[in-house]
Design a protein around this ligand. Structure first.
Ligand SMILES: *Cc1c(COP(=O)(O)O)cnc(C)c1O
Length: 430
């Protein structure tokens, strides 16, 4: 029997669904998840020893590719000096300073261990700092699995959300308002109805959990204006886009289009840990000083700022800070999606695609979608055939149509060409 299948069967006896995070189970696309044995550069090898070109990269963190020598060396050195102390270290300061240097909105930074924790803490801070309870989020944006964020829209904007997970009491999401992404009219109405009660508006500026959907410039400008006008905090969830779409994150792109633009709080994760459990949130000094031990908003973590994770993150940030890094990554990624689009056009398959830095998305739709409902118009069965066709040819993309893709610095011309050739073959049979 296939060794991946053997491991999956064994995993399912002891781990719910056989996985420690649901999307890994291939439920959306069917088939047997690949159990990874090892990875190097742009590749990983499964339990059968089969090689795949990896376009997930641990869902974003592996921007340098797997096993970058400078990162491996930094981690090995850190391990020699100890795994965890529960006391402060110099590398935590270095990492916080490195983040603040490229994201000027983060006057102060707190390190945590996962994006979920960072988003949850940022919301608590926003509520504590404003003395308000309400929270605005958008359908299709993912901010981790804190209870108050597992919510879908209620009926109309006067009512708040309904839980999307069992185990979340309705009372816990009664302060969360869910709006349609890029819908200006709903945004205006929400602030008109609830403005004085809104603690924060949280948004993925490029929504990677809808594959790849950009918030329009006018929409983002209005988010900023309404938050300022009503005293709510604008929270950018850049867990995926931070250090991925460019050195300054998505906020740097909006700052180019909207003079003076800056979010209040920023949530980071994924790339800043370079593949280790590390995340962060930060913002203006006056807000961040509301956090314990200075202020009344409690927040803590046994492994926060872990010395091995900070070594890994710092080594990664050093590499991506080198001149030309993003220009080269962006050009390569753009080249990939353009060639995929060309292959789809030749085969007469409806296709649209977008990319920024080393992040990309494509849809089996004639036009780029602007919100979750439009994303979900994708022909799911067709996407699944595409996914499995690529997988059989050694190309590993996200096993769900609403997830973004990631290119690393280790992906070379040969891997891109191999990917495009595989896609040509699969498109022809779609
Ligand atoms: C991945 C992700 C999270 C959650 O981070 P975890 O480390 O998985 O908890 C939050 N927000 C966004 C935008 C993400 O992509």
């Amino acid at each position: 029997m296939d060794r991946n299948q053997e491991l999956f069967d064994r995993a399912r006896r002891i781990i719910p669904g056989g996985v420690n995070s649901p999307v890994r189970a291939f439920r959306a696309v069917g088939g047997t998840p690949r159990f990874v044995q090892r990875a190097q550069g742009p590749f990983f090898w499964d339990a059968e020893g089969r090689r795949y070109i990896d376009y997930i990269g641990s869902w974003g963190p592996m921007i340098l590719g797997h096993g970058h020598p400078a990162v491996v060396e930094a981690v090995q050195q850190a391990v020699q000096d100890g795994f965890s102390f529960g006391a402060p270290t110099e590398r935590e300061i270095e990492l916080a300073e490195a983040i603040a240097t490229v994201m000027p909105g983060l006057e102060m930074v707190r390190l945590v261990s996962s994006g979920t924790e960072a988003a949850m803490s940022a919301i608590r801070l926003a509520r504590g700092a404003t003395g308000r309870s309400k929270l605005v989020k958008f359908e299709g944006c993912y901010h981790g699995h804190a209870d108050s964020l597992l919510v879908k829209a209620g009926s109309g904007l006067a009512t708040f959300g309904n839980p999307t997970s069992a185990g979340v009491p309705a009372e816990v999401v009664q302060h969360t308002l869910v709006l349609e992404y890029n819908n200006l009219a709903q945004l205006e109405e929400a602030f008109a109805l609830h403005g004085p009660d809104i603690a924060c508006l949280m948004i993925e500026p490029i929504a990677g959990n809808m594959n790849f959907v950009r918030a329009g410039t006018d929409f983002m400008r209005r988010c900023r204006e309404l938050c300022t006008q009503h005293g709510a905090l604008l929270v950018f969830d850049e867990v995926m886009t931070g250090f991925r779409v460019g050195l300054g994150g998505a906020q740097a792109h909006y700052a180019q289009q909207i003079p003076g633009f800056r979010p209040d709080l920023t949530v980071l994760g994924k790339v800043i840990g370079g593949g280790m459990p590390l995340a962060a949130f930060g913002g203006p000094r006056a807000v961040m000083e509301q956090l314990a031990p200075l202020g009344p908003v409690y927040q803590a973590g046994t492994l926060s700022g872990n010395p091995v994770a900070t070594a890994c993150g710092l080594a990664t940030l050093r590499e991506i800070g080198k001149p030309g890094f993003y220009e080269s990554l962006a050009a390569k990624t753009r080249g990939l999606v353009e060639q995929l689009a060309g292959a789809a056009r030749q085969a007469g398959v409806p296709f649209s695609a977008d990319s920024e830095g080393g992040m990309f998305g494509f849809f089996l739709l004639p036009q780029l979608p602007r919100n979750y409902a439009e994303v979900m118009k994708t022909d799911g069965a067709r996407f699944n055939r595409l996914f499995h066709g690529l997988l059989e040819r050694g190309v590993y993309i996200a096993p769900a149509l609403y997830e973004a893709g990631f290119v690393s610095a280790a992906h070379g011309e040969a891997e891109i060409a191999e990917t495009v050739a595989a896609a040509q073959a699969v498109f022809a049979a779609l």
